[in-house]
Design a protein around this ligand. Structure first.
Ligand code: 5RP
Length: 262
């Protein structure tokens, strides 16, 4: 692996081998998602606690301070909206040249396995990997399920992650599920967990993140369960403890309560 690629990956994955990515890319198909109406206000208090920000080039250029030292993962797929016929019908929405110009640490693209657009989204991934290899930019594949949230089981996610890795993704983002070890074991590159729609309680989030970490995930790319919580800093501090300090669920809950109480 070339120096540039290694350097970018080392900025994303911390020396302990773990990472906490904060995604705020949801607007690329959802529009002004709840609590992300003004992305700058949402991320301002949270940036000190994440290892990277997952964002589109539009929001990055419009509201993120270019003096930011936190690494950026650029969302480079899209072209659909919540109200379109099929969320899977994505294309590549930013060039590798623009990603390099923005000095990002990685690019992220969704693949939709089992959808009508499986083939197109997988070829988009392969093309992006070719370009990323040329410029030393790692690709994070997002195993997306569109509106079909029930697809989130180990068999399906293991297949999706493995295919994304086979096509050259350096990191794969997927959902946590029961038997998550089956997903991680079948994937030869690091796996990070997304959160999906907001859980009822923060403890549920701590539980699945803890379980996923125990089963081999290297971290999270967790959005709504952080910034849609009324106490996002407390959630982030608690999750950081699980991800980077091997905290238990009870310890994370205690950190949450302490920070919340301040
Ligand atoms: C949305 C994404 C998000 O990055 C991903 O789903 C993580 O966010 P959340 O934890 O809110 O699900 O790819 O397009």
């Amino acid at each position: 692996m070339d120096w540039g690629m290694k350097n970018r990956l080392s900025r994303l994955v911390q020396p302990d081998g773990h990472c906490f990515f904060l995604p705020i890319d949801h607007g690329y198909f959802q529009g002004p998602t709840r609590c992300l109406e003004k992305p700058a206000e949402t991320i301002d208090p949270l940036l000190p606690y994440c290892d990277a920000l997952f964002v589109t080039r539009g929001v990055l250029r419009a509201v993120v301070d270019p003096a930011l030292q936190t690494p950026v993962i650029l969302r480079v797929s899209g072209g659909t909206s919540m109200i379109c016929k099929d969320l899977a019908h994505e294309g590549i929405t930013a060039s590798m040249k623009d990603a390099v110009r923005l000095n990002v640490a990685a690019v992220g693209i969704s693949v939709f396995i089992g959808s009508e657009y499986e083939h197109e989204t997988l070829l988009n991934l392969a093309k992006l990997v070719d370009e990323g290899e040329e410029y030393g930019v790692p690709v994070m594949a997002v195993t997306a399920v569109g509106k079909e949230l029930e697809k989130r089981d180990a068999r399906y996610l293991a297949m999706s992650c493995r295919i994304a890795a086979e096509l050259g993704a350096k990191i794969v983002k997927t959902y946590w599920c029961e038997d998550f070890d089956k997903v991680v074991e079948g994937c030869p590159v690091p796996v990070v967990m997304a959160g999906g729609p907001k859980c009822e309680t923060e403890r549920e989030v701590f539980e699945f993140v803890h379980d996923g970490m125990q089963k081999g995930a290297i971290g999270v790319n967790l959005g709504r369960n952080v910034w849609q919580n009324p106490q996002p800093v407390a959630v982030m501090k608690a999750l950081r403890a699980i991800i980077h300090e091997n905290a238990t669920v009870d310890e994370a809950q205690e950190i949450f309560e302490q920070v919340k109480g301040k």
